[in-house]
Design a binder for this molecule. Structure first.
Ligand SMILES: Cc1cc2nc3c(=O)[nH]c(=O)nc-3n(C[C@H](O)[C@H](O)[C@H](O)COP(=O)(O)OP(=O)(O)OC[C@H]3O[C@@H](n4cnc5c(N)ncnc54)[C@H](O)[C@@H]3O)c2cc1C
Length: 417
């Protein structure tokens, strides 16, 4: 018998299992799908590495930094900043703190007014002051009110903030809490934004490899839970001294009999191309204020492992997951052809990932996720985004805090202390 049953082998469940083992407890993870990683998975298709939706690792995340072996992931960073399309052409928008020599180019760019560029200094100072507890203790508003209140012009909001952060939150109008916005701004400001050389799935794979064999049961969907027990879809009942829910927010709500939380979606198209549409490790954003494309990147420009020799992988992200990929592909291709020319007609579509429940809605109010008590019953714990917050940092943090809370109640070997 395991000491602790964990439902879900995403980053939260894996982090929880590792921390439990560090405390001398034996976890058993029950995972519904056929692999570990939850939302962070990579498929191998015809020599391409296809991440299940566009994601990046922000190296600053304190919990990711603590838990992951970054050198072993062979991280490949993006160029800080982005290429943004407006008025029919691409413009480079650089992070001046990391690319100070591009100050002239940035000041001359039409991404915003000169005053906007000075306001970026104030926004950066605001997001970086204090620690994360201070950040979540700040008075809360929403992101548009925050940016408007700081005096940013509509031009920089439309050309930079909306395309960039809408792609992070999957919220076209940026209707997110100022706290969630500050957290993400801080992550981009303080570290690299990177892809592991062998795909995002290398992150959970690294964590799972630290667990002994037999600690993760795949294809084991949990139908029902209670204090220290789980019943699988198959009817099998599994007992432990405690049970941790480490599923996505919707599944956690279902298991707990709570209302389903609202989520935001995205659709990720991957294409096999002869040539990359842009040179270099850039994220390309749509600042035109119209069209299907939110962002585009060429993962094989960051790591050669993403595509077979002589080919290139182009990933195009669309906000929302309401439309059938087949229905929107013709319009998407027209837009891409307008951006990059007729060579786009030779791009071959690879699998598309349609993710209606990619992230929970992050509108105010957003509380400090570190303040949440993971213990929700006598022998029941929760480390999900339900009542917490998304991101690799908060997933790992919540899993770890649930394990620490369990360790306070159970001694090594699962005895109640
Ligand atoms: C497209 C996309 C882009 C993102 N980009 C970023 C990014 O750039 N940076 C960032 O920090 N975050 C990003 N995120 C968010 C991040 O992926 C999540 O916050 C994080 O991975 C959540 O981890 P988790 O372990 O809490 O949940 P999940 O990864 O959802 O894992 C939950 C696991 O529980 C399993 N499960 C569910 N129900 C059951 C059941 N009944 N029985 C057994 N198992 C069950 C699921 O199969 C899954 O494996 C992105 C998410 C998406 C979808």
């Amino acid at each position: 018998m395991a000491d602790v049953i964990i439902v879900g082998a995403g980053l939260a469940g894996l982090a929880c299992a590792l921390e439990l083992r560090a405390q001398g407890l034996e976890p058993l993870i029950l995972e519904a799908s056929d692999g570990v990683g939850g939302r962070v998975r990579t498929d191998q298709v015809e020599g391409f590495l296809l991440d299940r939706g566009f994601q990046v690792l922000q190296t600053w995340y304190p919990q990711a930094h603590r838990l992951l072996d970054y050198p072993a992931l062979d991280l490949r960073p993006f160029e800080p900043g982005a290429l943004v399309r407006w008025e029919g052409r691409l413009h480079r928008v650089s992070d001046l703190w990391r690319r100070p020599l591009r100050a002239g180019e940035m000041l001359a760019s039409g991404v915003g007014t000169l005053a906007d560029k000075l306001r970026l200094v104030a926004l950066r100072r605001r997001a970086l002051r204090g620690d994360l507890h201070d950040l979540y203790a700040d008075p809360e508003t929403d992101a548009p009110a925050l940016l408007g209140g700081m005096g940013f012009s509509p031009r920089i909001v439309e050309r930079f903030f909306k395309p960039f952060f809408a792609g992070v939150f999957f919220e076209p109008e940026l209707a997110v809490s100022s706290r969630a916005f500050d957290f993400v701004f801080r992550a981009f400001a303080l570290g690299d934004t990177a892809l592991p050389a062998r795909g995002m799935g290398a992150i959970p794979a690294q964590l799972a490899a630290r667990l002994p064999a037999g600690r993760i049961r795949l294809n084991a969907p949990v139908a029902e839970i209670g204090e220290g027990w789980a019943r699988l879809d198959s009817g099998e009942r599994i007992e432990g001294a405690a049970l941790v829910i480490a599923t996505d927010a919707r599944a956690a709500a279902r298991l707990l009999g709570r209302p389903a939380p609202a989520t935001r979606g995205t659709t990720c198209f991957h294409f096999d191309a002869e040539q990359p549409p842009v040179a270099g490790p850039y994220l390309v954003l749509n600042g035109e204020g119209r069209g299907l494309i939110n962002s585009l990147l060429c993962p094989s420009s960051l790591s050669e492992h993403y595509a077979p020799p002589g080919r290139h992988l182009v990933t195009v992200n669309v906000l929302g997951a309401g439309a059938e990929p087949d229905a929107i592909e013709p319009e998407l291709r027209l837009e891409l052809t307008d951006w990059f020319g007729p060579g786009v007609t030779r791009w071959r579509r690879l699998p598309v990932y349609r993710l209606p429940e990619a992230l929970p809605v992050q509108a105010p109010p957003v509380a400090d996720p570190a303040e949440r008590d993971p213990r929700i019953g006598e022998r029941l714990y929760l480390c999900s985004e339900l009542g917490g917050a998304p991101s690799f940092h908060w997933a790992i943090d919540s899993g770890r805090r649930a394990a620490i809370a369990i360790g306070r109640v159970l001694g090594a070997g699962g005895q109640v202390l």
